[in-house]
Design a protein around this ligand. Structure first.
Ligand SMILES: NC(=O)c1ccc[n+]([C@@H]2O[C@H](COP(=O)([O-])OP(=O)(O)OC[C@H]3O[C@@H](n4cnc5c(N)ncnc54)[C@H](OP(=O)(O)O)[C@@H]3O)[C@@H](O)[C@H]2O)c1
Length: 362
């Protein structure tokens, strides 16, 4: 299906930026200019990212909020937060919180981020950014109006390995790239009560959970596709249990596959006229880039991230906020919005329908 993108998006063919300095910058080096974080929610990724925040010498673990007082207090005492709050609104009323990290399910991102931006806080919001392009556009508008920083927490984009992959591809050393593919999949358990991955109210499904990672490879290399064609199957709950996106460009095409039922791996390939770049494992957090030239000679570049790798996106947020930037050029809001438009089109083709914003906010 031919794509049209929001007026503010990058437009067809616009490719992502990379930053040479990101290849060497150590996020753990102190800047001497601390900023206070407030973490909303106490689930899995909140724990992982909080451990990484604790590695940054200038990140103050100031406040955490949860829907339950017990969870908030337990999380605060485990990680050493100064304050714990019941519900995100209490946390947003704390003047000492500089940056809010939103780690709720994506179905709840819009309402929480909306409140945070309205309260004048800088925001790092977990992927997928929202449920649809309409919600994303409203949050981007609000952030601009309130002159606060806003970014989708697509951590892959800030990793030195991913930045290096883009540097290699865009350098032309492999020749012109014409083809890319990426996959990410594993069987996701069904729990009682239903976990966020399968729950339509939480924005469940493979696309929003995993498709953000697989799509980021072709979009970073080729920019926004001219057409998108999706195939996939829905779960009993009506969310996409797996899907494959075929992306078409003027002179290239790509596949992005994601699954919640099959171990399809976590790989990525970019193929160009004179060579190929492969990631054979950890496609959303590469440790090794494998380069094959036109003679078939193979060499590997290996990377050891600081912490588990979330440190880079966290440092980027703090650097941007200190510099008075309203967004990061490594993960531009226009691209986040455009990707949400692609997801809207894919869900339209697959027949996935989520509850409305108001129903999800309840
Ligand atoms: N960047 C990454 O590597 C990565 C990895 C995993 C997940 N994620 C993203 O992070 C988000 C959370 O995923 P997760 O795996 O951490 O999920 P999770 O373990 O289910 O945790 C989500 C937390 O959000 C809160 N919550 C749940 N339902 C809610 C509702 N209806 N309204 C408001 N808050 C609610 C709960 O915290 P309280 O009980 O404390 O309120 C819950 O523990 C998702 O958007 C996901 O895509 C990112």
């Amino acid at each position: 299906m031919r794509m049209t993108y929001p007026a503010s998006s990058l437009g067809v063919g616009g490719r992502s930026t990379f930053r040479d300095s990101q290849l060497t910058a150590d996020p753990l080096v102190p800047t001497g200019d601390p900023l206070n974080w407030g973490v909303v929610s106490t689930g899995n990724i909140a724990r992982t990212v909080t451990k990484e925040l604790a590695l940054l010498p200038d990140a103050g673990l100031h406040a955490v909020s949860s829907r339950s007082a017990e969870s908030a207090q337990a999380f605060a005492s485990e990680f050493g937060f100064t304050k714990s709050y019941v519900g995100h609104r209490q946390l947003l009323a704390d003047d000492d919180v500089d940056i809010v990290y939103v780690a709720a399910p994506h179905g709840q991102h819009y309402s929480i981020v909306h409140d945070a931006l309205t309260a004048g806080k800088h925001v790092l919001c977990e992927k997928a950014f929202t449920i649809d392009a309409l919600e994303a556009a409203e949050l981007v508008r609000l952030a601009g109006m309130n002159r606060v920083f806003l970014m989708e927490a697509l951590w892959t984009r800030f990793l030195p390995s991913f930045q290096r992959a883009l540097q290699i591809v865009h350098s032309g050393d492999l020749g012109t790239p014409h083809w890319a593919r990426a996959d990410l999949g594993f069987p996701a358990p069904r729990t009682t009560p239903l976990g966020r991955i399968w729950d339509p109210h939480a924005g469940g499904g493979a696309l929003l959970d995993l498709g953000v990672y697989t799509l980021t490879w072709p979009v970073s290399v080729f920019g926004l596709p001219e057409t998108v064609t999706a195939v996939g199957q829905l779960s009993a709950e009506g969310v996409d249990q797996q899907c494959d996106l075929q992306l078409s460009y003027k002179d290239a095409f790509a596949h992005a596959t994601c699954s919640l039922v099959a171990r399809c791996g976590a790989t990525a390939t970019i193929a160009a006229e004179d060579g190929r770049l492969d990631v054979f494992e950890g496609g959303n957090h590469p440790r090794t880039l494998v380069l094959t030239d036109s003679n078939g000679d193979v060499r590997a570049e290996r990377f050891q991230p600081a912490g588990r790798g979330y440190t880079y996106e966290l440092r980027e947020v703090m650097d941007c906020v200190r510099a008075g930037k309203l967004e990061s050029d490594l993960m531009p809001l226009a691209e986040t919005q455009a990707v949400m438009s692609i997801f809207d089109e894919v869900r339209r083709q697959l027949g996935v329908h989520y509850p409305t914003t108001a129903e999800r906010a309840e």
